[in-house]
Design a protein around this ligand. Structure first.
Ligand code: GLN
Length: 552
C-alpha cells in the first residue's frame, strides 16, 4: 500500500475530494458537492462527481419513489440516485454507471469474485476485501486520468453503522494518497436555539469527534446554519475541531439551490480547497452566466402555472428533474413556474374543470402500475378537448395514446397490457424481448437512444434538428400496428427510433401544443442548456395564458 502511495502521488496528478455528512441527513451534501465542483470547473479544472450510497440495493431502480425520490437515468443506462441529476445540471457534463455506487454493488462484486475462487482460499472480510473494493471504485472514474479533480460524496451520516466501511476505506485512501491529494470536507449543522438566542456548535464538535474516532481529521467544515455565523462561533468551531479558521465555511439557507455556488464562493471555499490540495487558483471563475440565470430565476417578469399530474406528488423529489427542468426553462424566458401538484387518483371525469380551469399547461408524469391511471386519462382528455398545452412523459405519453384510442378511435377497452393483459386493443404493449425478462432490477429499456424527428412537426420546431438522442426507462411501447389508425384521426407519430422503428413521440395535429414522448427529456436539462421540449412547452403554456387574458 505504501508503495502505491508513492507511485500514485508521483504519477497521478488527480486530486480527490470527499464530502461527508454529520449531525443529520438532508443537509445538502449533493448540492454542496455540485456547487464546489462548479466553482472548480469554472477555474479551469476538469472536475467530476460520484456518489457512494450505503444501502444494499444494487441501484435505486427498484426503489419506490417515496423511499428515495426520483430515480435518475444516465446515458449509459444506469439507474442512479437523484443527486446525479444535480451534478449534471450544475456541471453540464454527463455522468455514467461508474458515478453511483451502492453497498449492494460493492458486495455483489466481492461475492462474485469469491465464487470464482479469486481470493485464493482466504477468508473474505469487510476489511480488507470490502474496503479494497470501495477504494478501487473511488478511483474508477480516473482510468485514463481524464480528470484533475474527482469529488466523491459519501451518502448517509457519519456514525451510522452502514457508513463505517466507507469511512474506513476513506481513511486508508487518504493514507495511501496523502493529504495533498485527498481532502475531506465535512458538512455539519450549526443549529440556532431560539429560546437562548444562540448558535450551538456542540453537534458539530460531536460529529467531528466521531470522524476522528475513525481516524479521519476533516480538512474543511461546511456549517449549515439558518443564521450568520459570527467570528467567535467560527473560532470556537475551528479550535475544537482542529481546523484553520478559514476552513470553517458558513452555508446559509439559499433562496434557490442555484445560488449556493455564490454563497460558497463568498466564503472562499474554492480557494481554500485548492490551497489545501496544492493547486493554484488559476483564473477567477466567470460566474456571469450563472449570475444572469439566478437573477432571472429570482426576478421573473411573469408566472406560468403548470399542473403536474402524478401519483407520487406528496413527495416532490419524486419528480425532481421534471420540476427543475420546468423551472430552468421558465427562467430562460424570465418566467417563474408555479406547479400545481395534482394527485392522479384525485382526478375524476366530474372535477377536471375545477382542477385544471386555472392552469396554463398540463404535464402527465412518468410512472408504473395501475394506480391513478384513470385520473391521468381524464387529465389528458381535458387538455386535448380544451386546447390546453399538454406534455406527457413516458407513462404520460402512453396514457395520451390510450385516451386517444378510447375517445377518438372509439376503442373503449383500449389499454396498455401493463394494466390489462387481455385488452382487445393493446395500443401499448410489451416488446417481445421484454417478455422474456424475469428479473426486475436493471432490465428495462434504459439509457440513451437515437430518435429521428419528422420535419415540420412540433418537436422538430422545438429542437431545430431532425435527429436527437434521449434517455429511456420503460418496458412498454406504442403498438405500431395501430399507427395508421391514429394518424388518420390526427394523432401523428413524429419521432422514431431509426434502428428498431419504435415510436418515440406522438403529437396531435389539430391542437396548439400536445406532445407525448416515450423518453425522459428531464434527464438532459442543465442550467447551461435548458431542454428544447421544456422550453417549447413553457412557451406554449405562456401563450395560452396570454390568449386567455386577452379573452381570445
Ligand atoms: N410503466 C411504463 C412502462 O414501463 C412507463 C414507465 C415510465 O413512465 N418511466 O413502460
Amino acid at each position: 500500500m505504501r508503495f502505491r502511495f508513492l507511485y500514485n502521488s508521483m504519477a497521478s496528478t488527480t486530486k480527490y475530494i470527499f464530502v461527508t455528512g454529520g449531525v443529520t441527513s438532508s443537509l445538502g451534501k449533493g448540492i454542496l458537492a455540485a456547487s464546489l465542483a462548479k466553482l472548480l470547473q469554472l477555474r479551469g479544472y476538469k472536475t467530476t462527481i460520484q456518489k457512494f450510497d450505503p444501502y444494499i440495493n444494487i441501484d435505486p431502480g427498484t426503489l419506490n419513489p417515496y423511499e428515495h425520490g426520483e430515480c435518475y437515468v444516465t446515458d449509459d443506462g444506469a439507474e442512479t440516485d437523484l443527486d446525479l441529476g444535480h451534478y449534471e445540471r450544475f456541471l453540464n457534463v454527463p455522468t455514467s454507471q461508474a458515478n453511483n455506487v451502492t453497498t449492494g454493488r460493492i458486495y455483489e462484486t466481492v461475492i462474485k469474485r469469491e465464487r470464482m475462487g479469486e481470493y485464493g482460499g482466504k477468508t473474505v472480510q469487510v476489511i480488507p476485501h470490502i474496503t479494497d473494493e470501495i477504494k478501487r471504485r473511488f478511483e474508477l472514474l480516473n482510468e485514463n486520468e481524464a480528470y484533475d479533480i474527482i469529488l466523491t460524496e459519501i451518502g448517509g451520516t457519519v456514525g451510522d453503522i452502514e457508513s463505517l466501511p466507507y469511512i474506513e476505506a476513506l481513511r486508508q485512501f487518504r493514507y495511501d494518497y496523502g493529504p495533498e491529494h485527498c481532502l475531506v470536507i465535512h458538512l455539519t449543522l450549526v443549529p440556532y436555539l431560539k429560546a437562548v438566542g444562540e448558535l450551538k456548535t456542540k453537534p458539530t464538535q460531536h460529529s467531528v469527534k466521531s470522524l476522528l474516532q475513525s481516524g479521519i481529521q476533516p480538512d474543511i467544515l461546511v456549517c449549515r446554519s439558518e443564521q450568520k455565523i459570527p467570528i467567535e462561533v467560527r473560532t470556537k468551531v475551528a479550535r475544537f475541531c482542529n481546523v484553520s479558521l478559514d476552513s470553517v465555511i458558513e452555508n446559509l439557507n439559499a433562496a434557490t439551490i442555484y445560488e449556493v455556488p455564490f454563497l460558497l464562493k463568498k466564503e472562499n471555499l474554492d480557494i481554500v480547497t485548492l490551497r489545501k490540495l496544492g493547486l493554484s487558483p488559476r483564473e477567477e471563475p466567470d460566474l456571469s452566466f450563472w449570475k444572469d440565470f439566478v437573477s432571472k430565476l429570482k426576478n421573473p417578469s411573469d408566472e406560468v402555472r403548470i399542473a403536474l399530474v402524478g401519483k407520487y406528488v406528496e413527495l416532490h423529489d419524486s419528480y425532481l428533474s421534471i420540476a427543475e427542468s420546468l423551472k430552468i426553462a421558465a427562467a430562460e424566458n424570465e418566467l417563474s413556474v408555479q406547479i400545481d401538484w395534482i394527485h392522479s387518483e384525485d382526478v375524476t371525469a366530474e372535477n377536471t374543470e375545477r382542477i385544471f380551469k386555472e392552469v396554463d399547461g398540463i404535464l402527465v408524469a412518468p410512472g408504473f402500475g395501475e394506480r391513478g391511471v384513470e385520473g391521468k386519462i381524464h387529465s389528458v382528455k381535458y387538455a386535448r378537448e380544451h386546447n390546453i398545452p399538454f406534455y406527457g412523459i413516458c407513462l404520460g405519453m402512453q396514457i395520451a395514446v390510450i385516451e386517444f384510442a378510447r375517445n377518438v378511435l372509439e376503442l373503449p377497452s383500449a389499454n396498455s397490457t401493463e394494466f390489462d393483459e387481455n385488452t382487445p386493443d393493446p395500443v401499448i404493449n410489451m416488446m417481445e424481448e421484454q417478455k422474456r425478462v424475469k428479473q426486475l432490477g436493471g432490465t428495462m429499456r434504459l439509457g440513451g437512444y437515437e430518435c429521428v424527428l419528422r420535419r415540420n412537426s412540433l418537436v422538430h420546431q422545438s429542437y431545430q434538428k431532425t435527429r436527437v438522442r434521449e434517455r429511456h426507462r420503460h418496458r412498454y411501447e406504442f403498438n405500431s400496428e395501430y399507427g395508421k389508425k391514429f394518424e388518420r384521426k390526427g394523432m401523428i407519430m413524429t419521432g422514431r427510433n431509426p434502428e428498431t422503428e419504435l415510436i418515440e413521440i406522438v403529437e396531435l395535429r389539430d391542437h396548439p401544443y400536445f406532445i407525448g414522448t416515450q423518453f425522459h427529456p428531464e434527464y438532459q436539462t442543465t442550467v447551461e442548456s435548458p431542454h428544447p421540449l421544456f422550453l417549447s412547452f413553457i412557451n406554449a403554456a405562456y401563450a395560452h395564458k396570454m390568449s386567455k387574458e386577452n379573452g381570445s
